[in-house]
Design a protein around this ligand. Structure first.
Ligand SMILES: Cc1cc2nc3c(=O)[nH]c(=O)nc-3n(C[C@H](O)[C@H](O)[C@H](O)COP(=O)(O)O)c2cc1C
Length: 419
């Protein structure tokens, strides 16, 4: 269905090539300050055309709030968000009229509905996620104001290029600004593989394989600098350079590559989540696997935890927190026990596949079963991982806003008997 959540509820609408896309958001507390300026930054992080490594489609994705607010405050009534589809080129999809794209949803939509949007992927297109990101920005604003809750996601691997593994280490304590700043590189013109290919935001230089390079003279640097910035949203610059090099080689080969987005949520109060069927981790898995192109979800130690013993995996409790609640000395659980938040950070990972529309010829067959070769024309992303970061953050915010409202209702019902 196109709706998600119970008390904080979002319904998205729109196909990739109709007049526009958006969402109806219900459950945002009345009286909250809210304007388009609170929502636009996350939509801008999601949009295509942010760097040389993403699709050259340049969609502005400017959001309008159509209802649910007055004089910059929420009324408690449904908030309608709308973004116009301005950058439509149906001709880019002409070769796919009769041929379902391998790995995409053309075939299954046709089988299910007997009809499908003629271009752009319809509801299966990532443009549907605009409504989620807009709604997520509203949820996130409330969660920050009410609980100081912070959600930060980042790209931890692209193909076989991975950030150094230190699950509970300092590396994972980034802010969103760190992710955007440290993951952004200026491209330099370079004639040898070992010469500087990238300059990070702190003006350090790196080779194509992420090795640190000796500084260049100001004149050499000026000659090498281009206007092109790439942002892979990996906050470890050495790894970010290797990811950028991998993505550009995949792009040159007209192919695509996948990876993993990690997410940390801090300051989640203990007690959120609804056992048994709506355990907090089950709600997060549902949310993440409802995003296009996602293929896996892990919380805490995830699949790697299966290689540990119970004595290693258990997170011992410790006292002494200012809230009077128990803490844990490690966090293999990933922030939940029995489907209920335990007060530790939520830590989870989402696997994203290499997207299906590629320029490289692929042997397949048309809707009638006749063998053919498909070569996608047009503007397609070789790697959507950097753009998936705000999607993961948005879905986490929607799950947590819903969980928060449910727990607040329960706490009121407990108070009603004790007071
Ligand atoms: C941010 C983002 C951008 C995407 N862009 C494309 C794209 O340009 N081409 C493509 O084939 N798929 C793209 N996808 C993936 C498809 O929407 C998705 O694979 C397709 O709907 C099939 O659904 P499934 O992979 O969930 O089975 C994108 C996904 C995300 C998250």
């Amino acid at each position: 269905m196109s709706s998600f959540g119970t008390l904080f509820r979002v319904t998205t609408f729109g196909e990739s090539h109709c007049k526009g896309v958006g969402a109806i958001v219900e459950g945002a507390p009345p009286g909250m300050c809210l304007t388009e300026a609170d929502i636009q930054p996350q939509l801008t992080r999601r949009r295509p055309g942010q760097s040389k490594l993403t699709t050259p489609r340049d969609e502005k994705d400017a959001v309008s709030i159509l209802s649910g607010t007055e004089n910059g405050r929420t009324l408690g009534t449904p908030i309608a968000l709308f973004v116009e589809n301005l950058n439509i080129r149906p001709a880019d999809y002409s070769e796919m009229q009769d041929v379902p794209r391998p790995g995409h949803a053309d075939y299954t939509y046709q089988v299910k509905y007997g009809i499908r949007a003629s271009s752009g992927g319809g509801r299966a297109s990532a443009r549907e996620t605009i409504g989620r990101v807009g709604a997520g920005a509203i949820a996130e604003k409330w969660l920050l104001e009410a609980f100081d809750l912070k959600i930060v996601a980042w790209v931890s691997s692209v193909g076989d290029v991975e950030m150094p593994e230190s699950l509970d280490g300092e590396l994972l304590r980034f802010s969103r600004e760190d992710v955007d700043e440290r993951g952004e590189m200026r491209l330099l013109t370079a004639d040898k593989p070992e010469s500087p290919h990238y300059e990070d935001s702190a003006l350090r230089l790196y080779s194509s394989t992420g090795e640190h390079c000796a500084p260049l003279s100001e004149a050499e640097l000026e000659a090498a600098r281009t206007d092109d910035l790439v942002n892979v949203r990996c906050p470890h610059p050495e790894t970010a350079c290797r990811m950028a090099s991998l993505i550009s080689s995949v792009k040159a080969a007209e192919d695509s590559v996948g990876g993993v987005v990690c997410c940390r949520v801090s300051n989640v109060p203990a007690g959120w989540g609804e056992p048994c069927f709506d355990k907090l981790e089950a709600a997060l898995a549902h949310a993440m696997l409802s995003l296009p192109a996602t293929k896996g979800f892990e919380i805490g130690s995830g699949f790697r935890g299966t290689r540990m013993l119970g004595s290693q995996h258990n997170d011992p409790f410790c006292g002494g927190s200012s809230s009077g609640r128990l803490g844990t000395t490690s966090n293999h659980a990933g922030g939940t026990l029995g489907g209920i938040s335990n007060g530790a950070d939520l830590l989870f990972r989402v696997a994203i596949k290499p997207v299906s529309t590629i320029g490289r010829p692929q042997s397949t067959c048309d809707f009638d079963g006749n063998a053919c070769v498909l070569e996608a024309k047009g503007r397609h992303d070789p790697c959507v991982l950097p753009r998936a970061v705000p999607l993961v953050e948005a879905m986490a915010a929607l799950v947590l806003a819903d969980a928060a409202l449910k727990q607040m209702a329960r706490e009121k019902s407990i108070e009603s008997l004790t007071s």
